[in-house]
Design a protein around this ligand. Structure first.
Ligand code: SF4
Ligand code: SF4
Length: 121
């Protein structure tokens, strides 16, 4: 299957997860975010504006998906944003929905293969 090698700056040419999930978090995490970028969800949960809709796109995302993107509140992004890691299942799901090829951690695959080889020999 066609795949893209995972690199440290992989997210800078993607942004798929910022246009796929509703990004909700405990309200206090919005303390350092601009007020217009946050929407209340429940008495204790808020979400990034733009993500609680049928076709989500976080208001803080700049650029074009799959080309070049950046998060305008990167230093203050929520724990929910930090949870998604390039190459994990949430990443793969978001990239698939955006029509992007999977991000594969080549190093992890090599170590798994090496382990298999050791067992056989
Ligand atoms: S979908 Fe994956 S590669 Fe794309 S921005 Fe999110 S974590 Fe990074
Ligand atoms: S705050 Fe930044 S990392 Fe989080 S969803 Fe929005 S653009 Fe993506």
């Amino acid at each position: 299957m066609l795949s893209q090698k995972l690199t440290q700056d992989a997210c800078l040419s993607c942004g798929a997860c910022c246009t796929f999930y509703r990004v909700s978090f405990y309200w206090a995490e919005a303390e350092h975010l601009p007020a217009h970028m946050v929407e209340p969800l429940t008495p204790v949960y808020s979400c990034m504006a733009g993500t609680n809709q049928a076709t989500p796109r976080c208001i803080a995302l700049q650029g074009q998906i799959g080309q070049q993107v950046s998060c305008s509140v990167y230093a203050h992004r929520s724990s929910t944003c930090k949870e998604v890691q390039a190459g994990d299942s949430q990443c793969l799901k978001a990239r698939r929905a955006a029509g992007l090829i999977p991000m594969i951690d080549v190093a992890a695959h090599h170590s798994a293969n090496d382990q298999d080889y050791d067992q056989v020999s």
